[in-house]
Write a protein that binds this ligand. Structure first.
Ligand code: ADP
Ligand code: MG
Length: 348
């Protein structure tokens, strides 16, 4: 049975719909990400879970108990914000122990739990430091320890890594997953960063303008996006405007060139686009079929990967290849052939 349930949750702010008919059931110990662009309703949904906002309609249940209207401090949830929100006048240890002190726990218990939490985030040696004597990454680990100290049933994180440098962000991302799995705690993680969502989550909820677009595992979201928005938001994708040429054979035309791209019965006469991920395309002419030819428009080095953009009859096609295979890329303006594996293409 699902531990946490959101049933038909909606939220409006003086006429503006921030979240519309949000439904989700979260299992115990699951790591769920809310992923979507800025303003799509991620924070609002998280704040309704935490008890900082009351839904306009719908219910929230935890272990079959309705907590839609319950105050935040009665919900047994821990929350971590982007801005750390530590108490500046308290030491690291006092920050971590704050929730337990408010709850009136005995001193010995608080001390034991604080040490346990500081060990968990590997910051025992920093117990007496104040927040302004700690790095951003350390402050955020402390905020995590503070949220966990009350032993919440659910951990809520709102873009907890966005204020940190790239390297620390990556370290702390792995740290969050390690701690979450170690504790087996049900976690909701808000982010606009698809890489974070893909690498951390058991399941991802992709949102747009307050509406869920797709719920699925990282593999499902990436390999079978529920629509163009998800396909474009998660990873890179070519969406090429094509015209149907031979419906039975699944053949379409891009500019003046023909290509086999798969089924289009499901399209019902809508304008057709050919969807294919840049890393699925193959460089060069493959004997047999399904090659398009064009001219190289640009070559961009992205570290491990090189992205080549090819102008095919006025349409730009992106192709990614690993750096070590990219030694013999012709110069910009040169002719170039791309092979489209049939199984990697779909029509939308
Ligand atoms: P996200 O976290 O995905 O960036 P938010 O949940 O913060 O999105 O915001 C969703 C929408 O709700 C936005 O249009 C935002 O302007 C609006 N919104 C959020 N909080 C309030 C508020 N307190 N008052 C009015 N509008 C709000
Ligand atoms: Mg937000």
């Amino acid at each position: 049975m699902a531990q946490l349930e959101l049933n038909h949750i909606s939220k409006s702010f003086s006429g503006t719909i921030a979240v519309h008919d949000f439904n989700l059931a979260v299992e115990t110990g699951e790591f769920i990400s809310f992923l979507g662009p800025s303003g799509c309703g991620k924070t609002t949904t998280l704040r309704m879970l935490a008890g900082f906002e009351i839904p306009t309609s719908g219910t929230i249940r935890l272990d079959n108990r309705d907590l839609t209207l319950l105050p935040a401090n009665k919900r047994n949830m821990g929350m971590v914000f982007q801005s750390y929100a530590l108490f500046p006048n308290m030491t690291a240890a006092q920050n971590v122990g704050y929730g337990l002190k408010v709850a009136g726990k005995p001193k010995a218990e608080i001390e034991g739990r604080v040490n346990e939490m500081l060990d968990l985030i590997q910051m025992r040696d920093f117990a007496r430091r104040y927040p302004n004597q700690l790095s951003g990454g350390q402050q955020q680990r402390l905020a995590l320890a503070r949220a966990l100290a009350i032993r919440p049933q659910v951990l809520l994180l709102d873009e907890p890594l966005s204020a940190l440098d790239a390297k620390i962000r990556l370290e702390l991302r792995q740290e969050i997953r390690r701690i979450q799995q170690h504790l087996g705690i049900t976690t909701i993680y808000v982010t606009h960063d698809q890489e974070e969502a893909l690498s951390l989550s058991d399941r991802i909820v992709v949102m747009r303008r307050g509406v869920i677009q797709q719920v699925g595992t990282p593999q499902q979201i990436y390999n079978n996006p529920a629509g163009d928005f998800v396909a474009e938001f998660v990873g890179h994708i070519n969406l090429l405007p094509v015209e149907v040429d031979q419906p039975r054979q699944g053949i379409v035309r891009l500019g003046s060139q023909l290509i086999r791209a798969g089924q289009f019965e499901h399209l019902n006469g809508r304008p057709v686009r050919l969807a294919v991920r840049p890393e699925e395309l193959k460089s060069g002419f493959v004997e047999g079929a399904n090659n398009l030819t064009g001219k190289i428009e640009s070559v961009t080095y992205l570290g491990a990967i090189v992205r080549i953009r090819v102008d095919v009859d006025g349409h730009l096609v992106s192709l990614d290849m690993f750096n070590e295979r990219a030694l013999n890329i012709p110069a910009v303006g040169q002719p170039y052939a791309i092979h489209f594996p049939v199984g990697a293409c779909w029509l939308t």
